[in-house]
Design a protein around this ligand. Structure first.
Ligand code: SF4
Length: 375
């Protein structure tokens, strides 16, 4: 933790925040793309500390939140087939599909198990040849390499009772959709550090140039976040738009070439419907034709995903595109709480609604959320 402590130093963060407050000539609007950044900004009170200088709006970077209800329905359908075990990350279990969640389906007898990694799912398949093990693969470019590695490993080891329900998503098409929207207010992005670890910051150059928008790659600790915001503000104040890497202890310009190669070998970009945000051209990944034997949908089911009419009460689409903040949703904190969520952003560990519920409720404000020195 010693290495992390310097990025959580209260004095350093406060001094950065003060320099931002002094530098701004107008109130800028900056979107943090990643749900992990949203949690960091709220947890350390950076959003409120900069309220007069910068409006921070929250982006679509929570993969659990954007996974479509219809894909969850499909995962439940698979788990209901005899001898098919569906595995996935813990956050996905409680996210509602159109009728129920994987957790409630498990309670009713479906075979569902939480895993920490797709490689755990491969190990389960090897250990249980009597089962067909499906890994429900969600996540951005950050988790796609591990999924690709799992299927490569399954093939190498001759494990045939393993397959994937792929729901991976790509973050740049979502950023582009936000910039293209008529109601767009984003003037600069804090790009997600974890995604950039894989894809590299160079991959943002084209988006930055075409939309003339500053993109600053940043991490998740309070000084990382304050440094990223300061870099955005400096570009905006000087009418520049560049890709800046303010997370260079982790992110390289070209990213992780080996991880990118795994993804390239196994997946290709495809159109995908994002929960709350609708159709996203090239917003997803699917298995390449040469790997389709590992496609669980092809192996076990036929037909297109069912159409799902989303609940009119959950405003997750507006939350995920930064058009409203979670407390503006009438259900927030009342009808919708972590113990009975109406939508994915209240379930996920990276969800914006969960972040506001945890850190931003008025009744919690008796404790000042000034930048703390500890996690
Ligand atoms: S508070 Fe609940 S109902 Fe409202 S947008 Fe968030 S998840 Fe949906």
């Amino acid at each position: 933790m010693k290495y992390l402590d310097e990025f959580r130093h209260p004095g350093a963060t406060e001094s950065l925040l003060e320099s931002i407050r002094r530098r701004v000539t107008k109130r800028w609007t900056i979107m943090e793309v990643c749900g992990g950044q949203t949690h960091g900004l709220l947890r350390y009170g950076i959003d409120e500390a900069l309220a007069d200088a910068v409006e921070l709006i929250h982006g679509p970077g929570c993969p659990v939140c954007v996974t479509g209800a219809e894909v969850i329905d499909r995962a439940i359908e698979l788990a209901s087939i005899p001898n098919v075990l569906v595995t996935t990350f813990g956050d996905m279990l409680r996210v509602p599909g159109s009728r129920e969640s994987l957790a409630s389906a498990r309670a009713a007898g479906a075979l569902v198990r939480m895993v920490y990694s797709p490689l755990d799912a491969v190990a389960l398949a090897e250990k249980h040849p009597e089962l067909e093990v499906v890994f429900f693969a969600v996540g951005f470019e950050t988790t796609a390499p591990a999924t690709a590695l799992a299927v490569l490993q399954a093939k190498r080891r001759g494990i045939e009772n393993f397959s994937l329900l792929v729901a991976h998503v790509r973050v740049q098409p979502a950023m582009e959709a936000i910039l293209c929207a008529p109601e767009n207010r984003v003037q600069a992005f804090l790009a997600a550090g974890h995604v950039c670890t894989v894809v590299g910051c160079e991959s943002y150059e084209d988006l930055c140039r075409r939309y003339e928008v500053p993109i600053v790659v940043t991490g998740f600790e309070p000084t990382d976040l304050a440094t990223g915001i300061a870099a955005c503000v400096e570009q905006l104040e000087t009418s520049r738009h560049e890709v800046e890497n303010r997370y260079d202890r982790v992110v390289q310009a070209e990213g992780n070439l080996r991880a990118r190669q795994f993804v390239e070998d196994v997946f290709e970009a495809c159109d995908r419907t994002w929960r709350g945000l609708g159709a996203m051209p090239l917003g997803g990944l699917r298995l390449r034709e040469s790997w389709r034997d590992y496609d669980a949908e092809r192996r076990f089911t036929a037909g297109a995903l069912p159409q799902v009419v989303s609940s009119c009460r959950c405003r997750s689409g507006e939350v995920l595109s930064g058009r409203i903040k979670p407390p503006e949703c009438a259900a927030f904190g009342g009808e919708c709480r972590p113990e009975h969520p109406l939508g994915a952003p209240m379930v996920s560990g990276e969800g914006a609604c969960a972040a506001y519920f945890q850190y931003h409720r008025p009744e919690l404000r008796c404790e000042p959320r000034a930048v703390e020195g500890n996690a």
